[in-house]
Write a protein that binds this ligand. Structure first.
Ligand code: FAD
Length: 200
């Protein structure tokens, strides 16, 4: 069982991470029902940041793929996709065996990770939640009926990885998460701030 929490709130649950973990479980009535007779068997492991993109991905007799090259996020299921894709691209570079091929591998891998990082950030910035919240109330209007199917098609394609490399789909995502939400606010179609729903 794990907890994702803003570090600012941790100190009120105790001093050590074990105390904090145990007290967080005790503070939630639903979790208490499941954990009241339970005993923690291990220590508590704390991660402050999962994200890491390596600056250098190859050298003499070594090359990084998958999480070793870059890990972004557990939520979007990008990890397995990127690990497998980078393995295929790396195989091509190894078969070619030139410095140019390895350099190209690193460039592509870096680009790929940056593209996914932007997508992942739409979740943590609150942009996606805001879109969902304001969109829910507007789907049954002429505006919603116009943009809804287009949004559904491109968002599904992007988040399954199919259209993540398509400039139009990424541009469309930027538009609906930024200018469109702002324009809807100007048109009094909602009264939300993106930061209201950000995961900080
Ligand atoms: C909590 C969490 C949830 C996740 N959920 C998802 C998800 O739902 N969908 C998704 O796609 N991704 C998810 N991921 C990410 C995904 O698990 C990883 O991105 C993916 O497993 C990376 O594959 P990899 O082969 O690069 O690394 P790994 O799967 O970590 O494989 C590396 C292997 O190398 C071994 N190893 C390490 N050091 C040595 C050594 N010195 N000698 C020999 N072997 C060694 C390790 O034991 C390990 O088996 C999640 C990650 C986390 C942390």
């Amino acid at each position: 069982m794990g907890v994702v929490i803003n570090p600012k709130h941790l100190s009120k649950y105790g001093e050590t991470k074990e105390e904090q973990y145990d007290n967080i479980l005790k503070s939630d009535p639903t979790l208490v029902k499941f954990t009241q007779d339970a005993k923690r068997e291990t220590g508590v492991v704390q991660y402050n940041n999962y994200q890491l993109i390596t600056e250098r991905m190859y050298g003499t007799n070594w090359l990084l793929i998958g999480d070793a090259a870059g890990f972004l996020d557990p939520i979007f299921s990008s990890g397995l996709f990127l690990a497998i894709k980078s393995a295929f691209t790396a195989t091509d570079a190894i078969c070619e065996g030139t410095d140019a091929a390895f350099k190209q591998y690193q460039k592509m891998e870096m680009h790929e990770l940056k593209v996914w990082q932007k997508l992942v950030n739409t979740w943590y910035s609150g942009g996606l939640f805001t879109l969902m919240t304001v969109g829910k109330e507007r789907m049954d209007t002429s505006f919603g009926r116009f943009i809804g199917p287009h949004m559904q098609r491109h968002l599904t394609r992007i988040f399954t990885g199919e259209a993540v490399y398509k400039t139009y789909s990424r541009g469309f995502l930027r538009f609906i998460l930024g200018p469109m939400i702002r324009m809807m606010k100007l048109g009094r179609l909602h009264n939300r701030n993106i930061s209201d729903l950000a995961i900080k």
